[in-house]
Design a binder for this molecule. Structure first.
Ligand SMILES: Cc1cc2nc3c(=O)[nH]c(=O)nc-3n(C[C@H](O)[C@H](O)[C@H](O)COP(=O)(O)OP(=O)(O)OC[C@H]3O[C@@H](n4cnc5c(N)ncnc54)[C@H](O)[C@@H]3O)c2cc1C
Length: 319
């Protein structure tokens, strides 16, 4: 039944589909199956590289002269037109470029509810229930979205995505929408400076916080990272002080990482930092303050001084 369908707006605005699109598809499958509906994925702009979106029951490829490169206003009118045909119960997007740009306007146009910064979503009885972050994660709000229709933008990294990366598209439909009514025009795409550092692809991260004390102590963490074959990442104060370049920053205004092991040295665990690393498979924290919030997410922890601990590990493993 169309009124129980779930729509995912693919987040890609450049390059290939990002992880968050698969995370949304995985969650959409779960919700649609609980509601007895189907999953539709909207891919706007570029018709290439969508074969990996096979987790959706239906793929809608929307092309038009003004839709690529990404143009928020043109996308808004294209998606609005398609949603008025599909009439889904739930539209899922990411709390990223596309979701932030479009979902407020789309929800207002259709008189739907909108929950942003969502980290969990489920069906309870007849209702859709969302858990959303407020004040950068200092408060969590439970939102009853009732029977919808509703828009939800989820924080990247909130849902598992691996299983939803499925090759082979079952049912694809092409749509055209020129987007010529858009008031915006694409001028240029400015890509972030390439640094050669990609902390998001590391399986093991040694991460330093303000507790590292000074730039000269970064060498100690760097040595540990090298001996362990790990990447080196950091909390924001370390970046703001200029002790490491921005490409190393984990968190709300940095990178979201999901390594197998995250070793947090002298990091307190502020919500803005946790937002970037709580999906790590194993979190080990070293912090002299036993009440530091990092211990609430850590699987293992020690209140040792990092300047005692790190040389000890280096000695043990022959660094
Ligand atoms: C809009 C916004 C966006 C933000 N984005 C980010 C972001 O992307 N990433 C981010 O990290 N933060 C971000 N922040 C900042 C965030 O709120 C925190 O201020 C920051 O994460 C704190 O960093 P920290 O844990 O390194 O420092 P602190 O909170 O100062 O913690 C340092 C910790 O080190 C411990 N320590 C000190 N000495 C030692 C020692 N010798 N051995 C062991 N432990 C020791 C202390 O007990 C303390 O817990 C953002 C804030 C805002 C408002």
């Amino acid at each position: 039944m169309a009124e129980n369908d779930v729509v995912v707006i693919a987040e890609r605005v450049v390059g290939s589909h990002p992880d968050v699109t698969f995370e949304l598809l995985g969650k959409a499958k779960e919700i649609a199956s609980a509601l007895g509906g189907e999953v539709h994925c909207l891919v706007v702009g570029s018709p290439e590289g969508h074969e990996c979106l096979g987790a959706a029951d239906h793929l809608h490829l929307v092309e038009g002269e003004h839709l690529w490169p990404y143009n928020p206003h043109a996308w808004e009118s294209a998606i609005s037109a398609l949603l008025s045909q599909l009439k889904p119960r739930l539209v899922l997007a990411s709390t990223g470029t596309v979701g932030i740009d479009l979902c407020g306007a789309l929800a207002a146009q259709s008189g739907s509810m909108l929950a942003s910064y969502v980290v969990d979503l489920s069906v309870e009885g007849a209702s859709l229930m969302a858990v959303a972050q407020l004040y950068g994660g200092k408060l969590m709000a439970e939102c009853d979205l009732g029977e919808g229709p509703a828009f939800v933008t989820a924080i990247p990294g909130s849902f598992a995505g691996h299983a939803a990366r499925v090759d082979g598209v079952a049912d694809a439909t092409s749509h055209s929408h020129d987007g010529a009514d858009a008031r915006m025009r694409h001028v240029a795409l400015t890509e972030p400076e390439k640094t050669g550092v990609d902390i998001t692809s590391e399986e093991l991260l040694v991460s330093v916080g303000r507790g590292i004390g000074s730039q000269s102590n970064i060498d100690l963490a760097q040595e540990l990272a090298e001996v362990l074959g790990a990447g080196l990442s950091a909390s924001r104060p370390v970046i703001d002080q200029g002790w490491l370049p921005k490409a190393h920053q984990v968190g709300k205004s940095g990178k979201k990482v999901k390594p197998k092991i995250y070793l947090a040295l002298g990091i307190s665990g502020a919500p803005e930092h946790l937002e970037g690393m709580r999906q790590a498979e194993l979190i080990i924290a070293c912090n002299t303050d036993a009440t530091a919030p990092i211990f609430e997410v850590a699987h293992y922890g020690t209140t040792a001084d990092l300047f005692d601990l790190v040389p000890e590990i280096l000695d043990l493993i022959g660094g």
